[in-house]
Design a protein around this ligand. Sequence first.
Ligand code: NAD
Length: 302
Amino acid sequence: MNILITGGAGLIGMAARQTLAAAGHAVTAIDITDFGRGDKELHIVGLDDRDALDMLIRGKSIDAIVHCGAISGPMMAQGQPLKIVSVNIDATALLLDLARVHAMKRFVFCSSISVYGNAGSVAINEETQLHPTSVYGASKVACEQLVEGFAAEYGLDGVSLRIGRVYGPYRRANCILNDIIRDASAGRKTTIPCDPDFIYHYVHVDDVAAAIAAVLVAPAFPRRTYNVGAGEPLTMPKIADIAARAIDGTDIVLAPGADDVPDIQTEFDVSRIGKDIGWRPRLPLSAGLKAYRDAILAGRSA
Ligand SMILES: NC(=O)c1ccc[n+]([C@@H]2O[C@H](COP(=O)([O-])OP(=O)(O)OC[C@H]3O[C@@H](n4cnc5c(N)ncnc54)[C@H](O)[C@@H]3O)[C@@H](O)[C@H]2O)c1
């Protein structure tokens, strides 16, 4: 397929570019910046630039869009809710419309576990009610609804992936796993404020890219939303234990404190995408941490 990836300089976009190109697709990537990497393959185009996007889509005969470009978390653009609305919702609507006009075969939207909000002890699956606790989470709900609406009214074959907390090369936002790896290689202690019972749903970016690749070529999917995660709910004491075994030099001190994303989400069921499409996570945290460390040591980081 000829695929347009938005957010192509970001964490998921970088991995998706590599995975989809390796699978034999022709990939065109856009972003507003290459973060100074001198990335010659990247097209610098804003998500609001309809004319430039249209020209690129025509020029490259694009037949599918993987939409990763966004204000990418509740910790980004804080205090600027309208920026989140315009970058996330308006841009998704524009890209969906371009996909409609150009009769594209598929549209993959990067949604988030944030759509579920503070689910507490309720086991989350794709039927769980959506109660976002941030404008970011609300923007993801709105975009998913647009994907549904374009599918129902115009037959555009779109799917939304509700992705857990992603780690891996080129993550720019705060990441405790990144801190652990960097501290271990510098011989430093890592102090992690946490509630020892808080559950994290980490997923390695290569697993996310593989899920994107799977939905792009699936003959059909019975649903338009799928959870994507490692299927490995972990507390911080357990994460510290796994890190100590996986990464030489790890020295973690857990201190009383709270995680920066307050949603309590105990169980996050990622089995439906496996049943419908055949994608399953391959990297448990121990293997993902080693891969992340190798990438950082090789200079593949933000
Ligand atoms: N990282 C996570 O933990 C996570 C979890 C769930 C969902 N997601 C979603 O996955 C998608 C990709 O996230 P990511 O982690 O790769 O984020 P990222 O911040 O690394 O990448 C997003 C990219 O979008 C680009 N972008 C932002 N505004 C733009 C604009 N106006 N025009 C063009 N490009 C613009 C940024 O420059 C950036 O490179 C996002 O939709 C995010 O909400 C991320």
